[in-house]
Design a protein around this ligand. Sequence first.
Ligand SMILES: *[C@@H]1O[C@H](CO)[C@@H](O)[C@H](O)[C@H]1NC(C)=O
Ligand SMILES: *[C@@H]1O[C@H](CO)[C@@H](O)[C@H](O)[C@H]1NC(C)=O
Length: 319
Amino acid sequence: MKTNSFLVLSLIAVWLFFLLGSVFCNDYKTFNKLVLPSSVSGPQSAAFDRAGEGPYVTVADGRILKWKGPATGFVDFAYTSPNRTKKLCDGTNDLDLGPICGRPLALSFNYKTSDIYITDAFFGLLVVGFNGGLATQLSGGYKYLYGVDVESFTGNVYMTDASLTYDIRNLAQPGLNPDSTGRLLKYDPRTQRVTVLLSALAGVGGPTVSSDRKYVLVPEYVTKKIQRYWLQGPTKGTNDVFMTVFGSPNNVKRAASDGEFWVAVENPPQGLRVNGSAIVLQTVPLTQFLSVTVDVAQEMNDALYVGSSHTDFVGVYTK
Ligand SMILES: *[C@@H]1O[C@H](CO)[C@@H](O)[C@H](O)[C@H]1NC(C)=O
Ligand SMILES: *[C@@H]1O[C@H](CO)[C@@H](O)[C@H](O)[C@H]1NC(C)=O
């Protein structure tokens, strides 16, 4: 009897050891920086094209830059404002120049067409071809368009609008109380129409469509919840809470493994890999990043690319 319970306890201990080990062990041990051009900052996204080239990053001075490898570094790829000049804008951090320079915040590839969809805090939703250059505005008039994800099968574009009342310039104002007027929107490229899927979101982050295209995950920064909006099935058109996170979730991205996601969490900066049952499979501390905020964690070729509005580099964690 005694030996039996000892055996059971030992088995539980071994099982716990492996379970916790897999959740907490950090196998992203190496850290590198992809440094932006001089005085450029704020890479809030890090996307890769169909050929695996990139990352493409959206930066504070209004450009989208493309990483061309360590010898060349980042080069100009695209921009969002028709009135942008390199002389006035390159290297600026001044959000008051946003209406002239633009401030792209997120980008997502349609892998079928190679079109790149961009959300800009001043210019709304835009699209640019794989050769880059000046992007074309598809939908404007937003207060603070934030995240974007293209579902490449239908071409539908899912985007988030952070607020109906404040814009990106208000964020630095002391005492700003993020309200609950965030929305999840859909842009249909066939009809060119935008529809509201969810409203009254609290501090909404960047959305992502599940790899089986059944739902969209939408992080709520303030309530620390990740909402799930159903695109298919009996609950189509409704939402539920996918998971509650201990810190504020900023962006959710599909992971390399089908059905899994990376959630970028702030305070402290961490990357969480979760599966479709909202089980945390891995926690990566992003402390070398030396920043209180992390915007995005994007997995590519066994590396985790981490972007933040507060850095002048993209962090790369490798195993
Ligand atoms: C660009 O500049 C022109 C001339 O100053 C102005 O009329 C136009 O509104 C500006 N466009 C944008 C998108 O700011
Ligand atoms: C998520 O991971 C848990 C634990 O490994 C597993 O039991 C569950 O089936 C997984 N869910 C999905 C959708 O893969």
